[in-house]
Design a protein around this ligand. Structure first.
Ligand SMILES: [Zn+2]
Ligand SMILES: [Zn+2]
Length: 258
């Protein structure tokens, strides 16, 4: 059983044929998908709910992507907290910092990130972190907000942020990027993440793993990244699938511990 810990099933590219895509994932052995609730912007953060409500094994999150931070208003944090009560909402996010694209001013990104960590703390939900070319600030903000549970998704940062995140109790999730031949140090980091802290994801429709690189990605392809990670760590595909699925359950289910 595979778990795709991060997908964007609401994406317009999936609008035609979403049911077939979900069926292909099931047929490929995917037994859980977390579809991210960012949508087209803060007004749309509930985008994953209709999909999650129509499939028992699909779950969602609510959050404001750093790209959209400049569009965030107070009412969006209220909406987030309200939607977070829904039983199919398992996390806050993705939220974080993206200094590669800088679609929103950096100080606004930091503020909107911090406010979402507050929501995560108040709702006792884990947080899904997006960080790109912002290792230092991500580290600072996470340290200040600890203790929190969560995952650094689509990990592409350096070894230092991996170490800090693991030290804070976070999980690390790898996407198809780790399968790219030039990934280098990333494969090394992936090898060093403890077995009880690793997750795997597609981040579809983006970032299809080898051998589908350049195509539209989808949850059924999660096994290619899983296969790479298993080989990279010297374990069977089955074991990697089991570890990442158990980790997903541990991270995303224990609401009762509030
Ligand atoms: Zn992301
Ligand atoms: Zn994403």
């Amino acid at each position: 059983m595979f778990t795709d810990s991060h997908a964007h099933l609401d994406d317009a590219r999936f609008a035609a044929g979403r049911d077939a895509l979900v069926q292909r994932a099931w047929d490929a052995g995917v037994r859980r998908i977390l579809t991210i609730g960012n949508g087209t912007g803060p007004d749309d953060m509930g985008c994953g709910l209709p999909i999650a409500q129509s499939h028992e094994w699909i779950f969602t999150s609510v959050g404001i992507h750093p790209h959209d931070a400049a569009k965030a208003e107070d009412r969006h944090f209220e909406l987030m907290e309200r939607l977070a009560e829904h039983p199919k909402v398992l996390a806050i996010g993705e939220t974080g910092l993206d200094y590669h694209y800088d679609y929103s001013p950096r100080d606004v990104q930091r503020e909107v990130f911090r406010r979402q960590l507050d929501v995560a703390a108040r709702t006792n939900l884990p947080v899904i972190i997006h960080t790109r070319e912002a290792d230092e600030d991500t580290e600072k903000i996470l340290q200040a907000a600890a203790p929190l549970r969560g995952v650094i998704h689509c990990f592409t940062s350096g070894p230092r942020l991996a170490e800090v995140a693991l030290g804070l109790g976070f999980m690390i999730s790898f996407s198809g990027i780790v399968t790219f031949p030039k990934a280098g140090i990333l494969a090394e980091i992936a090898r060093s993440v403890p077995a009880d802290r690793i997750l795997v994801e597609t981040d579809c429709p983006y970032l299809a793993p080898v051998p589908f690189r350049g195509k539209r990605n989808e949850p059924a392809f999660v096994m290619e990244t899983a296969r790479f990670l298993a080989d990279n760590r010297g374990i069977s595909l089955e074991q990697l699938a089991r570890e990442t699925s158990e980790n997903f359950t541990r991270l995303f289910s224990p609401r009762e511990t509030a």
